[in-house]
Design a protein around this ligand. Structure first.
Ligand SMILES: Nc1ncnc2c1ncn2[C@@H]1O[C@H](COP(=O)(O)OP(=O)(O)O)[C@@H](O)[C@H]1O
Ligand SMILES: [Mg+2]
Length: 245
């Protein structure tokens, strides 16, 4: 599904991502872990087209997308969510999903007089899928933090992605919200046959759902393998796991 080859990105001489390669198989759930500043968000931005790599290649579903703009990559079936929420706080939950569907299908909101009917069925289906059907009329900014992240996942799903990149999907969540978010992610990934690539600082979350873990440290890939292999890797334990437990 995704082949990343030797990606490099520097900011004014500072190497944020220094030659990272990673393979993600169809329907695999892969976690990228590493301490703050390791380069995780930059790595994602290079994959999704929000940043242009200095060198290296990104192959998505067999096509070279290196340097392509984010909207084109999104249309090819790669969705993402951001580390901070990306919702319209003053719109309702329903309107947030609807606006995202309209945007994806190339129409501005409020272009038509009866805009509330556009993508009504699709919006309602998506709200059921993310478990927010009872909050459809709630103003998004008043939702609980966990529900806002659920909505954000819904927005990412409006482009019907095959590969979904999630940057710290449970950041700032309570233990209960984290648990619910994981169950939701697993269910949606299973139902839709999604491939997931996510960053996460909570090791319980990582070991609960990841099938493969890549460990970034100072812009370099320290190790990658199964959760069991990463737990047993002395280098990983020393620089990362050891520091947090
Ligand atoms: N636009 C930028 N300009 C300059 N430095 C940046 C920029 N984006 C990220 N960095 C630096 O690159 C490093 C990696 O950042 P980031 O990818 O956000 O790490 P992580 O997501 O793992 O915490 C950090 O040292 C950060 O300060
Ligand atoms: Mg980050």
């Amino acid at each position: 599904m995704l082949e990343v080859r030797e990606l490099h990105k520097s900011f004014a001489g500072f190497v944020a991502v220094g030659g990272v390669s990673l393979d993600v198989a169809d329907r695999q759930i892969v976690a990228v872990i590493g301490p703050n500043g390791a380069g995780k968000t930059t790595f994602f931005n290079l994959i999704t087209g929000h940043l242009r790599p200095d060198s290296g290649r990104v192959i998505f579903a067999g096509r070279d997308i290196t340097g392509a703009p984010p909207h084109r990559i999104c249309r090819m079936g790669m969705g993402r969510s951001f580390q901070r929420t990306n919702i319209f706080a003053k719109l309702t939950v329903f309107e947030n999903i609807q606006a995202a569907l309209l945007a994806h299908h190339g129409r501005g909101r409020n272009f038509w007089s009866r805009s509330e009917d556009f993508y009504r069925v699709e919006t309602e289906e998506l709200l059921v899928s993310i478990g927010l059907q009872d909050e459809a009329r709630t103003v998004a900014g008043t939702l609980s933090y966990g529900n806002q992240k659920q909505l954000e996942l819904g927005i990412a799903l409006t482009s019907d992605p095959r590969l979904l990149l999630l940057d710290e999907p449970t950041a700032g969540m309570s233990a209960t919200e984290t648990h619910d978010a994981l169950r939701l992610l697993e269910r949606i990934a299973g139902e839709r046959g999604l491939t997931l690539l996510f960053t996460e600082h909570d090791m319980e979350v990582v070991f609960a759902i990841a099938e493969k873990i890549a460990v970034l440290h100072q812009g370099r890939l320290l190790a990658q393998g199964t959760p069991g292999e990463m737990r047993a890797d002395p280098e990983v334990r020393r620089v990362y796991l050891g520091a947090t437990t």
